[in-house]
Design a protein around this ligand. Structure first.
Ligand code: M6R
Length: 636
């Protein structure tokens, strides 16, 4: 949800900014912009700004058309936007600017939402600031300008600290001032921001993907922290080499804080397409490996046990826990629903999946022995973070099920199990979902073994779980076949996805996947629910996707298939390999290997991911950057 990249150092800023914007584009892509500060003789500090509606490539074309004049400086900030306040227009694109008394120009990029922006805007207008956009960000830029006092030794840093004490809401910001051409100031609260420590300079970004090609050494800012970064090219501080002063970190109250330098756990090849047409396809196809990595060292088939190092300190509390609250949004919520079945079925512990956005505002009851499990790929989803905080404040123990290492959620939980599926770039979540379900399965078995399950049944599950990566490898081989079958029905605008038991949340996930990237209207629901209303929708040729694998409710699902068939619906079925009966009813069958019911979601979702991918491509959509969406939703 908006991407920020900023640079100060010995090299030219613009190439670093543009490369970073392209890497961060998945976070928001309705408009983009850069501001670069000049160091040219006679022009030191002049700030050039370029903004454009559309993708980063449009901004790049515009910069090219201008011949790069004014953009060869060594300090710059850049932004790719997902609109929250104000329409998608050039005027609303970042950077935004403000002018201080005395003429200093402030440029600022922002990710997050300033909640009290309307009141601040009125105040600033009274003081003579003229606004050119509808955004909350411009308010922040003008507030920094208003509070800028050139007589302060570190005027920009001080003005940013003062401004942030006035605002409520969430922010990650990077700020420059033409009067301080070697200084970049950045800060965060509620939205992620990382400072990469490169050779002779600093790269600041919303996530590691915009940093990793420059350095792997980084500092992750905490909430309410402000960092001052000073650097420059040769001959700008009496030195004949590029220079960089040590980074200076404070709170917004100007209390000095020490920072920890860590290594980014990210390889460049993980964030590149590697020959695939889209990140979504790459991420679907790499699931045999990502699930293998997720399970590695944790599924001990020899001793028949689950080893989760991250839980050692809390294992007794978890085993004694009385209730689990599994929370997340979108795909992560669907994983939570599967967790609900897994925890109750395998560990015999009460569990409820709840939308984080609902949980946080409903005055939830947290009894003694409650554990909240925030589920998230990014670890930064605003609603999930707020639900976590609410449950913690009411005394719940917290256990993260998160992918991004070092993310806010990972740091805010008492313990956790990382997904370890690698970076997910495609906006449609695929490998993270399967990673989340795999982690929840391991958690259920971990607790089940200590509460109710016999050693032999855990052993049996683990043998099957261990084979899941190979099964997924076999399923993704069906991609071409799934594409052909999808082509037969891709022109239909309304679809249903139906499943029972463990496969009911998979039906929800299949419908979400289809609608978010192909813009086809799709609904998922328990197969039995169809008869209570939605059956009225079924007409000749309407695609209805059933998850109809062998298991305790197979016969019931087959009855539901017959009901749809009788009304002319077109049946696409995910079924168990070797089930020839199903072919009598289904127009297309996507087979998956036979595994115990609790493990089925790990397999049954894969054909649905491929189906939605091919549907979107066949309809000519930008699969990795669907309209109106962004990868990480850091606003409510
Ligand atoms: O980063 P998170 O897992 O917390 O994100 C939650 C949802 O925003 C996310 O799963 C969303 O629903 C995806 N676009 C679905 O593909």
């Amino acid at each position: 949800m908006c991407g920020i990249v900023a640079y100060v150092g010995g090299g030219r800023a613009l190439p670093v900014l543009l490369e970073g914007l392209k890497r961060l584009e998945y976070r928001g892509y309705d408009s983009a912009g850069v501001a670069v500060t000049s160091l040219n003789e006679g022009d030191v500090g002049a700030t050039s700004v370029c903004r454009a509606v559309g993708r980063v490539s449009v901004l790049e074309d515009r910069l090219d058309a201008g011949g790069g004049d004014g953009f060869d400086g060594h300090l710059g900030i850049a932004h790719t936007r997902w609109a929250t306040h104000g329409k998608v227009t050039e005027a609303n694109a970042h950077p935004h600017q403000g002018t201080a008394e005395g003429g200093a120009n402030i440029a600022l990029v922002h990710n997050g939402t300033i909640e009290n922006y309307a009141a601040l805007r009125k105040l600033l207008e009274k003081k003579g600031h003229a606004f050119t956009s509808e955004t909350d960000t411009e308010v922040l830029a003008k507030l920094v300008a208003e509070l800028y006092d050139p007589d302060n030794e570190h005027a920009l840093e001080t003005a940013v600290q003062s401004a942030l004490r006035e605002v409520t809401g969430a922010y990650a910001i990077a700020v420059t001032c033409d009067a301080e051409p070697f200084t970049l100031v950045a800060a965060r609260k509620g939205s992620p921001l990382i400072v990469g420590i490169a050779d002779g300079g600093y790269v600041v970004a919303s996530d590691g993907s915009a940093i990793v090609s420059h350095t792997s050494r980084a500092v992750t800012l905490d909430d309410y922290q402000v960092v001052r970064l000073s650097a420059g090219p040769a001959n700008t501080s009496g030195s004949d080499k590029a220079w960089a002063a040590p980074l200076h970190t404070t709170t917004i109250d100007n209390v000095k804080v020490t920072h920890e330098v860590t290594e980014l756990e990210l390889e460049l090849e993980q964030i590149e397409l590697g020959g695939y047409e889209h990140f979504m396809l790459k991420e679907i196809m790499e699931q045999p490996d990502s699930v293998r990595t997720c399970l590695r060292g944790r599924v001990d088939t020899r001793d028949g046990r689950i080893v989760l190092g991250g839980l050692n300190a809390l294992s007794r509390e978890l085993v004694r826990a009385k209730r689990f609250i599994l929370t997340g949004q979108g795909t992560a919520y669907h994983a939570g629903l599967i967790g609900e079945y897994l925890f109750e079925d395998l560990a015999k512990v009460p569990a409820r999946a709840v939308y984080a956005s609902e949980f946080r505002y409903r005055n939830p009851i947290i009894e003694d022995g409650s554990v909240i499990v925030p589920i998230s790929q990014s670890g930064e989803t605003a609603d999930t973070l707020a639900a976590l905080q609410e449950a913690k404040d009411r005394g719940a123990l917290s256990l993260g099920c998160v992918n991004v290492v070092g993310s806010t959620m990972a740091r805010e939980t008492d313990a956790g199990v990382y997904l370890r599926v690698g970076p997910e770039i495609g906006v449609a979540s695929t490998k993270a979902f399967v990673g989340q379900v795999a982690v929840l399965t391991m958690l259920a078995l971990y607790m089940g073994r200590r509460r109710v399950l016999a050693h032999s049944s855990v052993e049996d599950f683990l043998t099957h779980l261990d084979r899941v990566p190979d099964h997924i490898a076999a399923i993704v081989q069906q991609s071409d076949e799934i594409k052909q079958r999808t082509a037969d029905v891709v022109d239909r605008e309304n679809w249903l996805f139906l499943g029972r038991g463990y496969n009911y949340p998979v039906a929800l996930e299949g419908a979400l996947k289809l609608k978010e990237i192909s813009y086809i209207h799709a609904e998922g629901m328990p197969a039995a629910e169809m008869k209570h209303g939605p059956i009225a929708l079924i007409d000749e040729g309407m695609p209805v996707v059933f998850i109809a694998t062998r298991g305790s409710q197979y016969d019931k699902v087959v009855s539901n298939i017959e009901e749809v068939k009788a009304r002319g619906g077109r049946i696409l079925a995910v079924a168990t390999e070797g089930d020839t009966d199903i072919e009598r009813y289904a127009d297309a069958v996507f087979p998956v290997p036979d595994v115990p019911e609790p493990l089925q979601p790990l397999l049954t979702v894969i054909p649905l991911q491929l189906l939605s991918y091919h549907a979107a491509v066949l309809r000519g959509h930008d699969v990795d950057k669907p309209r109106n969406l962004a990868k990480s939703v850091t606003v409510e």
